[in-house]
Design a protein around this ligand. Structure first.
Ligand code: SAH
Ligand code: MG
Length: 232
């Protein structure tokens, strides 16, 4: 190439940000493994690492929509402990549609014998006790959109894993995603590009977030059906 010719396009590679190693203790891992729930360990570890990364970028708490029996809350709580923040986990503990009797994800063990209704709160409390994270994970019992209506603090990371019906999932997304701080992250669970693998709403709201231009997906952070977006 002539010395005074056009220089080749320069494409700096994005800064290499190695994912931090996980900081889960054997006690955390044992409690997460023992908990009832819907978070495979590999994805839980990815969520934990995403939370560590988010906390390294922006201040603020972690917030989960959908506690169930606090399996995923252990991964978030362990990250909150390292970062010196707290994880808040919101659930009415009455189960999603798909947890009710006759549905795919029903577990009769989590029915309150006095009323016959679902109550996962005692299981969640036991999981956090076993993990040693009672001081790090704050359980908020209530409808997620109602809690969002009184929540103002910007979040370092939001984890969306509540009801998966279209109305509930979109309501959670609309109510909570604006609360993520710029530079913070939103993790979404059960994102299945192929409808044969699972329900549509989590995938659709993940697509909507990307299409809005407000969110980008950093490579190498998500795992399985867990997708992690960063707010621009
Ligand atoms: N994160 C959990 C799984 C959550 S399952 C794990 O790792 O295992 C989804 C949860 O969302 C259920 O416990 C259900 O009670 C809760 N949920 C569904 N709709 C809700 C709503 N509108 N408000 C609060 N919680 C809700
Ligand atoms: Mg899930």
């Amino acid at each position: 190439m002539p010395a005074d010719g056009p220089s080749p396009p320069h494409r700096p590679s994005p800064p290499h940000r190695p994912s931090p190693p996980h900081r889960l203790s054997p006690r955390h891992l044992a409690a997460a493994r023992a908990a009832k729930g819907f978070m495979p360990e590999e994805e839980g570890i990815a969520l934990h690492r995403a939370a560590l990364q988010a906390c390294a970028s922006v201040p603020g708490p972690l917030l989960e929509v959908g506690t169930y029996c606090a399996k995923s809350a252990v991964y978030l709580g362990a990250a909150a402990e390292v970062a010196g923040t707290v994880a808040v986990s919101v659930d009415h503990h009455r189960g999603s549609e798909e947890n009710q009797a006759g549905w795919e994800h029903h577990d009769p063990d989590v029915l309150d014998p006095a009323t016959g209704r679902m109550d996962t709160l005692p299981f969640a409390r036991r999981t956090l006790e076993a993990a040693g994270l009672e001081g790090r994970v704050v359980l908020v019992v209530g409808d997620s959109v109602t809690v969002a209506s009184v929540w103002e603090r910007p979040l370092a990371l939001l984890f969306v894993d509540g009801g998966h019906g279209a109305d509930v999932a979109w309501a959670d997304f609309r109510a909570w995603s604006p609360k993520v701080a710029p530079g913070g992250s939103m993790a979404i669970h059960d994102v299945f590009p192929d409808p044969a693998d699972g329900g549509r709403p989590p995938y659709e709201l993940y697509r909507e977030a990307l299409a809005s231009g407000d969110w980008e997906e950093p490579p190498g952070v998500g795992c399985g059906s867990l997708r992690v977006l960063r707010r621009r």
